[in-house]
Each structure stands twice: as C-alpha cells, then as structure tokens.
Design a protein around this ligand. Structure first.
Ligand code: PFF
Length: 445
C-alpha cells in the first residue's frame, strides 16, 4: 500500500512550486477587489505588515513542520504530536482546502472563458465590459462547464504526478507572467488620469478606515501566501534536506507580494483613467467586487493596439498561475485521503474530484454561496489555522527540531538572536496579533 513519497528535484523547483501555489488568482483577482473594498493604501499597508510579521514566519513554520514530518497536513501533526488533538489542526486545513477549491474553480472557469473570448475575438466587439461579465454570470451552464473543465484539468496533473512537468513549466511561465504584468503596468500608468489610481494605492486616507480592514488584509495575506491550511506544509514534505527554509519563505513571499502589487498597478490606474465618472469611481470599484478584474482589464486591453493578442496572453498566463495553485490545493486534500485513509492515489483523487464538482456547481449557481465560501475560508478558517500552527510550532514543538530544520543540521549559520526572535514571534507576536485582529474583525462584521 505504501507508495514511495516523491520529492521535488531542484532548489529552484521547490521555490517554483511553492511560488506557483502562492501566486494565483488570489494576487490578480482577489487582491485588487479586496484593496478596493478596504480603501486602497490603508489596506495595502496593513497587508504588507501582515506578510512581514506573520506571513513569512508562518510559512517557515509550515515548512519546518512539513519537512521534519514528511507527511500530509494531518499526518504531520500525528507524527510530531502523537496521541494529541493537534491532528485536528491538519484536518481543519484539509477541509479549508476543499472549501477554497469550491469557489476558486469557478473563478478559474471565468478566466478560461475570457481566454477563449480573447482568442475568438468576441471580446473585441464589447462596448460595456460590465454587462459582458454579467452575461457570463447569467450563463449558468457555461460557468459550470468551464468549472468542470478546470477541475478535470487539475486532476489530470495530480493523477499523472507530472510534478516535474509542472515544475518545469512554472519556471518558464511564471517569469513570463511577471514580464507581461510589467508591460501592462507601464501601459496602465501612462494613461492620462492614471495618477489618481496610483494615489489611491499608495496615499493612505485615514478617514476611510473600515473596522474590518485588519481582518480583510490579514485574511488576504494568508490566502495569497497559501498559509493556514497546511498547503506549504504539504509541499515542504516533498522538499529535500538541502533547501534553505528561511530563504525559500522570503523568496516566495517577495515574489507573491510583487505580483499582487503589480496587479494593483495594472488595475487601479487604468480604472481611474478610463472611468467616465471619477466621482463614483471608488464605489464603482467596490461594486465591481469579484468581477473587477474581468471588467477593468479587458477594457484596458481594448485601448491598446493588438488588443486581443495581449488579452489572450494575459488570460492564458493567469490560467496557468491559477492552475499551479489549484494543483497545490487539490494535492493537500488528495494526499491526506491517500495517506490517512489508506486508499490509492486514484481512488482518493476520484473522491476529491466528485466533492469539488458538487461544491463548485453550487457556488457557480449561487453567488451568495460563492461569497460565503470565500468569506469563511479566508477570514475565518485560514486565520484560525494560522493561529494554531503558530502555537504548535512556538509552544509544542521541540526547539531542537526548529533549530535543525532552519539551520539544515547546523550547516546554515544565523546570528545568535535569530532563533530567539523567531521563537518570540511564534509564541507571542503572531498568535496575539492574529487573535486580536480576528476578534476585532468579527465584532465589526
Ligand atoms: N495562494 C493562492 C492564490 O493566491 O491564488 C490560493 C491558495 C492556494 C490558497 C493554496 C491556499 C492554498 F493552500
């Protein structure tokens, strides 16, 4: 029954796989709409603080738990803390992954649809991009169809175990996505009237602070970095012993943050520049909600020569970024079922696919269900998971394991205070901050 556990091949491959999980629709679709909702610069400042103070430390914690236990999200806690209830943290994570898949797959479907609309040129004739997006939402069979397509596509990669293929393609396609975003940023910020959008992103307006902005920003940081549900933990269980966990966490977080900020710099300057009505722009952006990306970006392309080529490239790369994230999500759930319930990979995968298809269909049919899944996973389940992972690594886990993992058996040297500061963050700073933000946000809901 025991199939040999695979590992990633190269150090670059490990960074690419973890970054592939982190960089996805969260950066390019979710980040801009959350930023609009959170009042722009204020949201971004809090977001960046979350990445720095608990995003990176928690990613390191997930890495070291995963690599030291070499097991799935729940199995890892069972191995490191046998006979204790800690395994429930892993199980909660698996459930969270399943729930995220349930709405994320629907957005993947929209992305594929926009790719097809670009390739066939039908996007070119559009006058009202907001109406164009609404008509996609109204077309239930199409939405469900694309969602099915994406679930099967993801399952194919999980089944074929073509981690190498994914690793290799991620290494080429991720830089390409980056490059394309940079070109789009240049285009967007050079439109006349773009300055107001840049101000919105970087000049905080302290009167605009909503009481939930802290929880929204924290939830977004967890979501974007794939933290709080054992995804990075699962990937790290495939890491080899020679990778530097701290450096990997820093690299992945920087890449992820850069992509989110670039996406913001594409969307906001162009949205402000292209709007007919500057007075209502912020409320329009907020109303654009989950569809913001699919309304503003095609409109920006339409103003450019060769619009459909750019647009096709953008949505293709976005599809690929989304795919490397859905693969990581599906891997968490599949390897859990496979290892904990002792079924074959094929059987485990079949169960996951069926479950995700059902959940995805309901969320494609019901926007309020879709929003509910998004809200519960990002604003409740991931922060709760992150809180417990931090407590586990800070208070329960033997300090020597942390030290061995972070120093690769003493091969990597850190200043004497490094581990002390790290332990302080895990024990006090991160849990207390997460708890306070969480409670404050819930009261404010
Ligand atoms: N980080 C991914 C994104 O930003 O699109 C989404 C995600 C993947 C969340 C994996 C959680 C996860 F475990």
């Amino acid at each position: 029954m025991k199939e040999k556990r695979s590992t990633f091949r190269s150090k670059l491959g490990m960074v690419a796989a973890a970054a592939g999980s982190a960089v996805g629709l969260g950066n390019i679709w979710r980040f801009p709409s959350e930023t609009a909702d959170g009042g722009g610069a204020i949201f971004i400042i809090i977001y960046l603080a979350c990445i720095l103070f608990f995003g990176i430390p928690l990613m390191m914690a997930e890495f070291l738990i995963g690599r030291s236990s070499k097991a799935n999200a729940a199995g890892a806690f069972k191995k490191l803390a046998p006979g204790t209830p800690w395994k429930w943290v892993g199980r909660l994570g698996v459930l969270t992954g399943f729930i995220i898949l349930g709405f994320y797959m629907v957005v993947c479907g929209w992305t594929v649809d926009y790719f097809i609309q670009s390739v066939t040129g039908s996007l070119k004739g559009v006058n009202d991009f907001s109406a164009n997006f609404s008509s996609l939402l109204a077309n239930r069979p199409k939405q469900v169809g694309w969602m099915f397509f994406f679930v099967i596509l993801t399952a194919y990669f999980i089944f074929a175990g073509v981690q190498k293929g994914i690793e290799r393609s991620a290494k080429i396609l991720m830089p390409l996505l980056f490059l394309l975003l940079v070109i789009l940023v240049v285009r967007s910020i050079s439109l006349s009237g773009a300055g107001a959008g840049i101000d919105f992103l970087f000049k905080p307006d302290f009167q605009e602070v909503k009481s939930t902005v802290f929880l929204d920003a924290m939830g977004q940081s967890f979501f974007s970095l794939s933290l709080g549900m054992g995804c990075m933990l699962t990937y790290a269980s495939y890491f080899t012993e020679n990778s530097n966990l701290t450096a990997t966490a820093v690299k992945v977080s920087l890449l992820d943050t850069a992509v989110a900020l670039l996406a913001g710099l594409v969307i906001f300057p162009s949205a402000f520049a292209l709007t007919a009505n500057p007075d209502t722009i912020v409320s329009d952006l907020v109303k654009g909600g989950p569809g913001l990306l699919y309304i503003t970006v095609p409109e920006l392309f339409n103003q450019m020569p060769g619009s459909m080529i750019w647009s096709a490239m953008f949505f293709l790369l976005l599809t690929i970024a989304a795919l490397t994230s859905t693969i990581s999500l599906m891997e968490v759930v599949t390897i859990y079922i496979q290892e904990e319930h002792r079924v074959s990979r094929k059987e485990g995968l079949l169960l996951v696919v069926l479950g995700v298809l059902i959940l995805g269909t309901v969320s494609a049919l019901s926007p309020s269900f879709f929003n509910g899944l998004d809200m519960i996973s990002a604003k409740i389940m991931l922060p709760v998971g992150g809180l417990f992972i931090s407590l586990f690594a800070g208070w329960y886990l033997d300090k020597r394991i942390i030290q061995l993992q972070l120093t690769n058996n003493g091969k990597i040297r850190f200043g004497v205070n490094f581990l002390k500061v790290y332990s302080f963050i895990l024990r006090y700073l991160a849990p207390v901050a997460i708890l306070l933000i969480f409670l404050y946000g819930l009261i404010g809901q």
